[in-house]
Design a protein. Structure first.
Length: 360
């Protein structure tokens, strides 16, 4: 259900106001120090008061029935505040895949608790030797293999595993306490978004969607890239604003450093990068909302554009903040680390470049 521009502005304002209270610098630092990387009370408020995990879930399954445009707005604000929560794993990865698969039984089972905030979810893709699904019977499957760098993989209540099932990719649902499943928390550069390595040893799983889920996986990945791009654009916007404010206030040689031509030039370049990132992210979200046949191509461009822009803006933010920008106490390094980790979550720059070139 599409909304008006006024409704979208109200949504942005509501999310921004909530995160101003729930995702301060102190909140982020406390959350990232916890094993799961977020505070349950914050998640309950985001789900209960704003309905963020179910924003793009259909109304018939307990959600708000909104589009990727509205969810993209929420992700922009989440990125700006460096929100520590299962939002990206749940609403950015798992929900798009569930929706793309179109399995009504799975949606009826999982979507309502996800929309209500009682169930968090994530998506695991095979790494190294990959993950394979073997059929024990017509309706029983087991998983073997590993999946690395799974976002919120150690805390999610539902894990959707993309695995090879007899030569075609399939999607399988497993519970966090499934026998044979090992979840290892990883030490990663970005402490604000937890990741895990999952090992599967004859893990019982239920298949979701068609035997060959390649089309649904590709579409869901494109939507996830659009949402991640929105988060990256929001983070870049925040870092640009913070750096401009610092350049106005920091006095050197009896004048604000922002008055020096060299600093002006760098800030102007960061503005261009940030505006380009926002345009690319919003175009991808609109393409997802409209089910544009060029969605995969558009979202790959947005992913590459926003990933590169976020990395550069955060790097320059550290530099332009001078000595304080390198300290643990300043938040610049948290955004810097989030930017670098996020840039490879759904495809490296080399892979995205290849995909974009192939689509021309």
């Amino acid at each position: 259900m599409a909304t008006s521009l006024e409704d979208r502005d109200l949504l942005r304002e509501a999310v921004r106001d909530a995160l101003a209270q729930l995702s301060t610098s102190g909140d982020v630092r406390r959350a990232m120090a916890t094993p799961d990387g977020y505070e349950p009370r914050t998640w309950r408020r985001l789900a209960g008061e704003l309905g963020l995990p179910g924003l793009a879930v259909g109304e018939d399954h307990g959600g708000a029935g909104q589009t990727a445009v509205e969810l993209g707005i929420a992700f922009e604000e989440a990125g700006a505040s460096l929100l520590c929560s299962p939002l990206f794993a749940t609403a950015g990865l798992a929900v798009p895949l569930l929706v793309a698969l179109g399995d009504e039984a799975a949606l009826a089972r999982y979507a309502p608790p996800i929309a209500g905030g009682g169930l968090t979810a994530t998506v695991a893709r095979g790494s190294g030797g990959g993950t394979a699904a073997k059929a024990r019977s017509e309706n029983e499957w087991v998983l073997e293999g590993t999946a690395g760098f799974v976002v919120d993989g150690a805390s999610a209540g539902l894990i959707l595993v993309v695995a090879d099932a007899g030569g075609a990719p399939g999607v399988f649902a497993i519970a966090p306490d499934a026998p044979g499943l090992e979840r290892e928390r990883l030490v990663t550069l970005d402490q604000t978004r937890k990741q895990a390595r999952l090992t599967f040893r004859d893990v019982p799983a239920g298949r979701i969607g068609p035997p060959d889920a390649s089309a649904a996986i590709a579409k869901a990945t494109a939507v996830s890239r659009a949402l991640l791009a929105s988060e990256q654009a929001g983070g870049a916007q925040h870092c640009l604003e913070a750096t401009v404010a610092y350049a106005r206030d920091r006095i050197q040689f009896a004048r604000p450093i922002g008055s020096f031509q060299a600093v002006k030039q760098r800030l102007a370049e960061l503005l261009i990068l940030t505006e380009s990132a926002k345009s690319a992210a919003r175009a991808a979200a609109a393409a997802a909302a409209d089910d544009d046949p060029e969605l995969e191509h558009i979202s790959a461009i947005a992913s590459l554009t926003c990933g590169d822009a976020y990395k550069e803006v955060t790097a320059q933010a550290v530099q332009l903040h001078g000595g304080i920008g390198f300290t643990w106490e300043h938040d610049a390094h948290l955004y810097f680390k989030r930017a670098r980790t996020s840039a490879s979550l759904l495809g490296t720059a080399a892979r995205l470049t290849d995909e974009i070139a192939a689509g021309l």
